[in-house]
Every structure is written in structure tokens, then in C-alpha cells.
Design a protein around this ligand. Structure first.
Ligand SMILES: Cc1cc2nc3c(=O)[nH]c(=O)nc-3n(C[C@H](O)[C@H](O)[C@H](O)COP(=O)(O)OP(=O)(O)OC[C@H]3O[C@@H](n4cnc5c(N)ncnc54)[C@H](O)[C@@H]3O)c2cc1C
Length: 387
């Protein structure tokens, strides 16, 4: 029995979406069983072959129009993939970042030529995408980005260092946040695409060791006089980078809420099943009033989160989701996810602390949801500005 009593919003129950959901679930069962995901975790990286397999199955660039090689879907398809990845415990395979965060920058701001060059390769899995905003000294405060892109004839010369970049070891295409005019602050910031195989002076640093999401190759990147053609700038003119980021970050923040609710529901499903089996003092754990009350609270909050997120998905599909509301989803759901996963882990007792139990991995994987995509404190700063 599913953890929640309520139905999904109607637009998520459309026949084609339900069929798509089944096919994604089947794909993940076949291509990302725990035995394979476990190897990725040990290696600290997802096999490149998995990206090709996802591309062949039509799971990359879900919202990119077919003329650019994409699946021609809408944000509901992104939602389905994110939810299934969370529900099947396939953490670390950052297809959703590639699909719902990186590809949209090219789709929305790229020239016709850029779209035709890069999107079909991203859709097939030939090119894996990353976005490089954060730097060792500039995370929350992106205006402090030091990476520079100096104009030299018909080329930009990029210098700088990025860190915490998801897909960092695998990335073939990196959308780099750089200052094209450092004297202008935010207005001197631009987004420039670097194709890593063509970029002399581009180096990958450490694949960073993390407390969770171990299969994800979150890395340092270095740019040492990397030359790219000026035609790699996203947007018609320089200085648009901050505006482009502000326009796209709400979707990134909503995706964190979407995956957060899916994790919450999985945690509840697993825990409810466990407390009905496990016995102590001659009765099942579910028979203790403490267990019932804890899970009643979790179920209530999970239901509130589900209704909230589905409503926001609906607003986003209509193009009406504002930045502050997306920030609410990001911070509130990720806080709730951490709280509920922690409560569930407690109900597993010692087993909850064992990495072989999914709840233990969910505990470690969830922690970063409060940090990346803009920390939860920054979300509150953004919300507070609208008061
Ligand atoms: C696993 C992982 C994957 C990531 N993937 C990517 C990626 O693909 N691309 C990318 O560009 N970045 C990525 N990041 C970076 C991430 O977005 C940043 O870590 C995040 O934005 C926070 O920046 P910071 O780490 O520099 O922390 P800081 O900015 O140094 O913040 C430290 C603390 O101070 C708080 N703080 C800062 N400013 C304020 C303020 N004004 N008011 C109140 N509190 C404040 C923060 O909330 C935080 O608690 C990733 C990070 C991780 C851990």
C-alpha cells in the first residue's frame, strides 16, 4: 500500500505520463539494479555506458524538442524521472541535472547553431552536461565569482577554478559562470560553454569524497587559459549570465523539492513495512503508541508536502512559478526530508545505521539537499526579500 492516501494531481495521472512512468521504472530495474549502483558507489562515478543506455531509452533531454534530438516532453517527464530515480534508490546518476538544469540553458539561451550542435549529443548521452557556478570562495555569493573570460579576437580566454561540480569527471559540456567584465559585478557575468575535449588548459581536479551520493562524481575543475570561440557564449550579448541564472534557478529549486518528496514517500513505505514486521517486548513495533504517533506525524507532513509540490509542478507547467515560492519548496521540503528520514531511521534501530539498509543511505544522501541548489538559508533570504 502506498504511504499516502491522496491521489496525485490530475495532470500527473494523464495516460501518457503513467505509461512513461512504467517504462522509466522498468528501465531502472534493468539498467540500475542495486548490484550495479553499488559498483558505481564504490568507484565514485557512474559508468559512462549508463548515460548511453539512458540516451537510447529516450530518457535524456526529456523536454528538448524532437528537432534537436530530445524527447519533446514537458516538465512532467522530468518529474517522473526524478521520482523514479529517488524511489529506486539510484542516487548519484545525475540525469536530472543534465536534463532539467543544464540542457535548459542551451535550449533557452542558445543560438540555433548551438542548439543543433550540442542538444542532439546531450540527448544521446554522447555528451554529459555540467554547470559550473561554485568556486572555492564563491558559493552562496555568486557575485563573488572570480573565474574570468577575457575577450581575445574571436575567442574567450577562461581562467579560474570551480569546485563541487556535479558530473565533474564525466562532463563533456560545461556551462561555466564567468566574469566577462569584472568591473561590472553581476552585470559583467556571462555563461560560456566549454567543450572539455576541445579545451586545452582544462583540467579536472579531485573527484571529491562525500558523506553521501557516493556514485556522483562531484569534482573540482580548473581553467588555465582555456580558449573557446566567442560563439560559445550563451545569449546574444555578454553580461546576461546573472539574469539567465535567476530565470533558471527556480526550476532547479523545484526539482530538489520534487526529489525530496519522493524520498520522503520511499522512507515512509520502507519504514511502515519494517515496523509491521519487527517485534520487541512481544509485540510489533507498530503496536507501540510512540511508533504510531511518529509515523502519523510523518504521514501528515508528507501529505502536506505532496500537495504543495504537485501544486507547484502545476504552476511551473503554466509558467507561473515565481522564484520565492520555488525557494520555499526547496528549503521546506529538504528540511522535512531530513527530519522524516531521521525519524524513520530511528525506527529501524541499529539496522538503520547499517549501510546495507536503504534508509541509512537515504539519510546520508539527503543531507546535501539542504545545501546545494542554494543553501536553505539563502532560500530564506530570497523569500524574505518579497515580504
Ligand atoms: C554534492 C554537491 C553537489 C554540488 N553540485 C554543484 C554543481 O553542479 N554546480 C555548482 O555550481 N555548484 C554545486 N554545488 C555547490 C553548492 O551549490 C554550494 O555548496 C552551495 O551553494 C553553498 O555554497 P558554499 O558551499 O560556498 O557555502 P557558503 O556560501 O560558504 O555558505 C556557508 C554557510 O553560510 C551560510 N550563508 C551564506 N550566506 C548567507 C547569508 N547571506 N545569510 C545567511 N546564511 C548565509 C550558508 O547558508 C551556509 O550554511 C554542489 C555542492 C555539493 C555539496
Amino acid at each position: 500500500m502506498p504511504a499516502l492516501n491522496i491521489d496525485r494531481a490530475d495532470f500527473l495521472k494523464a495516460e501518457d505520463i503513467v505509461i512513461f512512468e512504467r517504462s522509466v521504472a522498468r528501465f531502472l530495474d534493468e539498467h540500475a539494479p542495486e548490484s550495479r549502483v553499488g559498483k558505481w558507489r564504490e568507484a565514485g562515478i557512474v559508468e559512462r555506458a549508463m548515460w548511453r543506455e539512458a540516451g537510447e531509452a529516450g530518457l535524456l533531454c526529456l523536454t528538448v524538442p524532437e528537432e534537436y534530438g530530445g524527447a519533446g516532453g514537458d516538465f512532467r517527464h522530468d518529474v517522473v524521472l526524478m521520482e523514479q530515480l529517488a524511489k529506486k534508490g539510484v542516487s548519484g546518476f545525475a540525469a536530472s541535472l543534465h536534463n532539467a538544469i543544464v540542457a535548459p540553458y542551451i535550449l533557452h539561451y542558445g543560438s540555433e547553431e548551438q542548439k543543433k550542435t550540442w542538444l542532439p549529443k546531450m540527448a544521446s548521452g554522447e555528451m554529459i552536461g555540467a554547470i559550473a557556478m561554485s568556486e572555492p570562495c564563491a558559493g552562496s555569493d555568486l557575485q563573488g565569482v572570480k573565474t574570468s573570460a577575457r575577450l581575445d579576437g574571436n575567442q574567450y580566454v577562461i581562467n579560474g577554478q570551480k569546485t563541487f561540480i556535479s558530473n565533474g569527471q564525466l562532463a563533456d559540456l560545461v556551462v561555466v559562470v564567468a566574469k566577462t567584465d569584472p568591473s561590472l559585478g553581476a552585470k559583467g557575468t556571462s555563461l560560456i560553454v566549454v567543450e572539455t575535449n576541445k579545451a586545452e588548459g582544462f583540467h579536472r581536479g579531485r573527484n571529491l569524497e562525500k558523506i553521501g551520493q557516493e556514485a556522483q562524481d562531484t569534482s573540482e575543475l580548473f581553467f588555465d587559459n582555456v580558449r573557446v570561440p566567442t560563439s560559445n557564449l550563451l545569449g546574444r550579448q555578454e553580461g546576461q549570465g546573472f539574469v539567465q541564472l535567476m530565470q533558471q534557478l527556480p526550476q532547479e529549486r523545484l526539482t530538489i523539492g520534487v526529489s525530496g518528496v519522493a524520498v520522503i514517500e520511499r522512507a515512509l513505505d520502507l519504514t511502515i513495512a519494517y515496523v509491521k514486521e519487527r517485534k520487541a517486548f512481544g509485540q510489533r513495533l507498530i503496536d507501540f503508541q510512540n511508533t504510531q504517533f511518529k509515523l502519523a506525524e510523518c504521514k501528515t507532513e508528507a501529505t502536506i508536502a505532496r500537495i504543495f509540490i504537485d501544486r507547484l509542478i502545476g504552476l511551473h507547467l503554466e509558467g507561473k512559478l515565481d522564484a520565492a515560492t520555488a525557494s520555499m519548496a526547496k528549503y521546506w521540503v529538504s528540511d522535512l526530508e531530513n527530519k522524516i528520514v531521521d525519524t524513520c531511521l530511528q525506527l529501524f534501530g541499529g539496522y538503520g545505521y547499517m549501510t546495507e539498509y536503504p534508509i541509512a543511505r537515504m539519510f546520508r544522501d539527503s543531507r546535501v539537499q539542504r545545501i546545494y541548489g542554494g543553501s536553505n538559508e539563502i532560500m530564506k533570504v530570497l523569500i524574505a526579500r518579497t515580504l
